[in-house]
Design a protein around this ligand. Sequence first.
Ligand SMILES: Cc1cc2nc3c(=O)[nH]c(=O)nc-3n(C[C@H](O)[C@H](O)[C@H](O)COP(=O)(O)OP(=O)(O)OC[C@H]3O[C@@H](n4cnc5c(N)ncnc54)[C@H](O)[C@@H]3O)c2cc1C
Length: 324
Amino acid sequence: MILAFVEHESGLPDEVSLEALSLARSLATAEGTELAAAVFGDEGAALADELGAYGVEEVHHVTHDDLEGYAPEAWGESVAQLADDLEAGTVVVPGTDRGHEVAAHAGATLDAPMAANCVAVDVGDDGAYELERHRWGGSLLEHARLEGERKLVSAAKHEFPVEAADEETDPTVVTFSPSLEAEHLRVRVDRVESGDEEGIPLGEARVVVGGGRGVGGPDDYDQLEELADLLGGTVGASRAAINEGWRPHDDQVGQTGAKISPDIYIACGISGAVQHMVGCKGSETILAINTDPEAAIIQKADWAVVGDLHEVVPELNDAIRERT
Ligand SMILES: Cc1cc2nc3c(=O)[nH]c(=O)nc-3n(C[C@H](O)[C@H](O)[C@H](O)COP(=O)(O)OP(=O)(O)OC[C@H]3O[C@@H](n4cnc5c(N)ncnc54)[C@H](O)[C@@H]3O)c2cc1C
């Protein structure tokens, strides 16, 4: 049995979970075993209809009186207990923060090895996995072998296509009630606040105007906001700018921030550190605006303007306004 942990929003599976499910199904097929899913939350059982399209045979809806919201240790413990009950050989999770947290706790409980951010997984003759996975935010690719009677893998975001199964299934919904102690609930979400929902999410924007330490302060982002508005895009930032408190954390592009893939990324006052570049390397075109001709980003960009962004960006805004 392969057990896939599926995240969802109001009963609809999220994209990365469906990608992970496609990986899980390919492993189930290669190993000649069945595919089951673990889901949490009130609307979890409603997922069954959706998951049949991906070849899931059983949907295990995890419920417990104390499991109202997300609780990483409790969810990890529940997945571990379920994997034990089902004698699942492999647990597959989406390569999201939550997927990784749940798998890390489950792996620790099961004393089983975990490989995070896999981009390819092959089942060897001896049952071990030969895999490739992203390290350092995707800046290098590691070949690894994962051995163990039970293994955990996460599917790196947007690396596996979402593929429906050749034959749709009609999954059985089974309620699973884990046995949890107070210690499993030490960390839990008790309140959810929605962020600034205005504008286009970074990950979906076709134009991103990024601002780094070179912007110089929070007010100077107005010029970047204007440029983004004129081009129908959104503003991102480097970690240095976030750390300065100039921009909200949601704006961060990079290894520990958002991965963007716009048609054009206009990087203003950003040096081009590797941790920043792994977040924007999916951009079709990079235009760098920087005073330093030796800045790393100038070498990595498709186009560069060597100059002061406080002069270049307003000029750019004026030029675009004249044309529109
Ligand atoms: C584990 C780890 C994870 C990290 N994750 C991330 C991440 O997710 N995202 C991220 O961004 N960083 C990340 N970092 C930090 C990263 O290493 C860099 O420190 C950071 O990206 C630098 O930000 P910056 O380019 O804005 O600042 P700086 O490196 O200080 O560069 C500022 C640039 O602005 C230019 N400049 C100055 N004034 C002007 C002007 N008037 N006009 C035009 N150009 C000007 C300068 O020439 C310089 O190139 C991480 C680091 C670590 C260790």
